[in-house]
Ligand binder design. Structure first.
Ligand code: CTP
Length: 409
């Protein structure tokens, strides 16, 4: 793949050398376009040596080849890292006052921005408006990482790690024939819960479940590829959380409930992929529960956890909320009905708009990479079955959500 790697003028430019390496080692051909300001941080010799391609940031270099047009036309992917506030502003307003912004205007390839700047600059309404505009136009703008910044300050504004940008860039470059279409969820905010909650019994023990979080991560990646902003609420995961999301980490069902109900207030879609423990210990011991000499076994009394999905539906009724609420269910079927019949009853009982039904047999879906689901629609549309890797299934689910969002507009 031919990649244009635009480097903005920020201290994080040095980290982009590792990103460049990841691209070249994966066999991609990279042309680096550093802005004038970025050369204060990393010199052109570094980029030339690592990319094996000549460097320029002037529209007037090699004028005979009309570089600003050719680079943009030939690129399969444009990655901007670090995307400074200034660069985001120039890109959003369609300026073309250097080779990089000129290339951005010419290119029709997927574009990914990896922002890095001070927290105040990132949170400023001007920057946020520029980011929203770029996302609306189909660009992927990663959320900056939270942590220590150049000075003593810390907050959102750090450049995401090169490995994260690399993974997100490859996702952004996926062909537009994949579902859902590139950019079809631009400007949408999707809250996804994932993983399994853990309910403490004492300081060292908990009640947990086998959810790996893989399906939730795949959903987040599909949503990001389609241009959505993703809020990811992670209970215990067996896999790393996806890059480029606004991440909230929780442990218990009650923590998940609080984060979900709060974040669901102002988003477009809520996807409840988390495996929520239906019960928690009525009382949690402050100290480790010890074996007793008298041979008595401890008794754990359980109490019901709230049904977060049903509460999110209720909250939407009272206060407004996501246009589309999606639940998940794993059903085996029994004397009282097939998995489909159970799924349909659950869809009604929970009151959500879509229910993604996993038919589980004795071989568990938990932790596996492939799955088969049926998507049930409260709006009465025909159930849709999708099978394949969790990421293929995620794309079908997101395409269905995009269609529901379109219909609800
Ligand atoms: N869920 C939830 N809060 C809970 C339990 C489940 O929000 N306390 C959500 C899950 O995230 C999932 C959906 O509800 O999206 C279905 O979960 P499931 O456990 O299958 O449903 P239950 O209502 O517990 O039904 P049952 O135990 O009868 O299978």
């Amino acid at each position: 793949m031919r990649i244009v790697l635009g480097v903005g003028g920020g201290i994080a430019a040095y980290k982009v050398a590792s990103l460049l390496r990841l691209f070249t080692e994966a066999g991609h051909s990279v042309t680096v376009i550093p802005t004038e300001a970025s050369r204060q941080f990393v010199g052109t010799a570094t980029w030339e040596a690592l990319s094996g391609n000549p460097i320029s940031n002037s529209v007037f270099d090699a004028v005979d080849q009309v570089r600003h047009v050719r680079l943009g036309q030939e690129a399969d992917l444009v990655v901007i890292a670090p995307a400074t506030a200034d660069l985001l502003a120039r890109a959003a307003s369609g300026m073309a006052n250097d080779l990089l912004t000129g290339t951005l205007l010419v290119s029709r390839a997927p574009v990914l921005f990896a922002p890095a700047m001070h927290t105040e600059m990132w949170l400023h309404p001007a920057t946020q408006a520029n980011v929203a505009l770029l996302r609306e136009r189909g660009a992927v703008v990663l959320e900056p990482a939270v942590g220590r910044l150049t000075g003593a300050d810390s907050g959102p504004g750090r450049l995401p790690e090169p490995e994260e940008i690399f993974a997100a860039a490859l996702r952004a470059a996926e062909p537009s024939t994949t579902f859902p279409a590139h950019g079809s969820l631009s400007g949408r905010t999707i809250t996804i819960t994932a993983g399994g909650t853990r309910e403490p019994l004492d300081p060292v023990r908990f009640l947990g479940n086998r959810s790996s979080g893989k399906q939730g991560v795949a959903l987040a990646e599909a949503a990001l590829s389609a241009g959505a902003s993703v809020r990811f609420i992670a209970a215990h995961l067996e896999v790393p959380p996806p890059a480029g999301v606004d991440l909230t980490v929780v442990e218990t069902a009650l923590e998940l409930r609080e984060a979900t109900l709060q974040q669901a207030r102002d988003c477009d879609v809520l996807i409840m992929a988390a495996a929520v423990a239906d019960f928690r210990a009525q009382s949690v011991s402050d100290t480790k529960v010890k074996k007793r000499d008298d041979g008595e076994n401890p008794v754990i009394v359980l109490e019901r956890n709230p049904d977060i999905l049903a509460e999110a539906v209720e909250q939407r009724r009272n206060l407004g909320g996501p246009a589309v609420i999606v639940g998940f269910a794993a059903e085996t079927g029994d004397d009282e009905g097939t998995p489909l019949a159970h799924g349909e009853r659950k869809l009604k009982r929970k009151g959500c708009d879509l229910l993604v039904l996993n038919r589980v047999g004795r071989s568990l879906v938990f932790g596996q990479d492939t799955t088969e689901v049926t998507i049930l629609d409260a709006g009465g549309a025909e159930p849709e079955t999708a099978a394949g890797s969790k990421s293929e299934v995620a794309k079908v689910v997101l395409a269905r959500i995009a269609a529901s969002l379109g219909a609800s507009n």
